[in-house]
Design a binder for this molecule. Structure first.
Ligand code: GTP
Ligand code: MG
Length: 349
């Protein structure tokens, strides 16, 4: 630091060593070749680059993604949602280990709307996914923190590409079943699994219709011990209810399964069902079409997100917006006039 002399006791050569190390940022080529070799440290560094808010990193990150893209798209992407405490992490640990035992490489990512507050709840999960964390064929990455769900979701999508390029053939994305994050996750996965708990016969209440419509399967977790009986009843109810929903474009009839993540029961059956889904949708070409639709959706999403960011982060707009908000409060303008005025300003920026 300028103006402060190092105490004599500090070893000058080790300081310069540390400084040199710090400066050694890997190049784009180094990152890409490391990822393609399946090097987890490089993969993590590249993801950190994607997540960086420093605008200088954006271009480098985009280059890395672009070069990884031809090696991506070859995995099974599964989204898992459910209310807090339903057992998502325990389920992912169980199915993750089942899959790595079969020689698969599993990446676990998260889109967590609360993560900007809690700094990534999956971090806490890492301790819950004890065995999976130690598994060298598994990679667990907490949710990136971000101001907007759109931004977080975009980063997760880009992370999927890097993970696939690094050879992960199964991508599991966890999200808490509250708010809008399910929609974001649904639009980046092939198969969407909803975890549920059996209640006292009111299963269908308090569950958003939209989530059921998105689900390719419902797994009733904690079907063990005293819960087993009510889980079986819930299964019948959900099955009946699902038949009232219109046929899916995929021609897949959503299924209801029972499982106990903690006892590793029902996991294999759920995986076999997922394979069945992939068989069906690969053969009827739905899967390919769906991924293309998702890409188009994300193009539009990204533009929207970027335009919004540029607009709201502009200093002139920021100050004028504040004034217009005050005017609205004082009943001196209408929302529409204010919006017109602010959007008009953008043209001159
Ligand atoms: N009896 C039983 N308990 C389970 C089962 N699966 C999970 N649990 C317990 O339920 C609690 C919550 O499990 P988690 O896996 O942390 O749930 P989660 O959905 O990831 O929760 P959040 O990350 O907070 O949204 C833990 O105490 C688990 O041990 C199960 O199959 N049977
Ligand atoms: Mg969890």
């Amino acid at each position: 630091m300028d103006g402060i002399e190092n105490p004599e006791i500090t070893n000058k050569s080790s300081i310069s060593k540390i400084q040199k190390k710090r400066k050694a940022q890997p190049t784009i080529d180094e990152l890409v070749s490391g990822i393609l070799k399946g090097n987890i440290t490089t993969l993590s560094r590249a993801i950190t680059l994607i997540e960086s808010k420093n605008p200088k990193h954006l271009d480098k990150a985009n280059q890395v993604i672009k070069q990884c893209l031809p090696h991506a798209n070859k995995s099974v992407r599964i989204g898992i949602t459910g209310v807090p405490g339903v057992g998502k992490s325990t389920f992912i640990e169980s199915i993750g280990i089942y899959l790595t035992n079969q020689g698969k490489k599993v990446a676990v990512l998260a889109v967590d709307p609360s993560s900007s507050l809690t700094k990534g709840s999956i971090l806490g999960d890492k301790t819950r996914m004890e065995d999976l964390v130690k598994d060298k064929n598994a990679f667990i990455r907490p949710s990136p923190s971000g101001d907007s769900l759109g931004g977080v979701a975009r980063k997760t999508r880009e992370t999927i590409i890097l993970c696939e390029a690094a050879g992960f053939d199964t991508i599991i994305i966890e999200t808490v079943g509250v708010g809008q994050s399910e929609t974001a996750v649904h639009s980046m996965v092939d198969f969407f699994l909803l975890l549920k708990l059996a209640g006292a016969g009111d299963e269908l209440q308090g569950i958003k219709r939209g989530i059921i419509e998105m689900a390719d399967a419902i797994a009733i977790n904690k079907a063990d011990g005293d819960n087993l009986k009510s889980a079986k009843i819930a299964k019948i109810e959900f099955n009946r209810a699902l038949h009232f929903y219109p046929e899916k474009e995929s021609k897949w009839q959503p299924k209801v399964k029972l499982c106990s993540a903690i006892k590793h029961e029902g996991i294999e059956e759920i995986w076999n069902m997922i394979l069945e889904y992939f068989d069906l949708t690969t053969n009827n070409t739905y899967l390919e079409a769906k991924r293309q639709e998702q890409n188009k959706f994300w193009l539009l999403q990204t533009i929207e997100e970027q335009l919004k960011n540029e607009f709201f982060n502009h200093s002139k707009i920021k100050s004028e917006l504040k004034k217009q908000l005050d005017l609205i409060e004082a009943n001196k303008t209408t929302p529409f006039a204010a919006a017109d005025y602010l959007l008009g300003l953008k043209k001159d920026l």
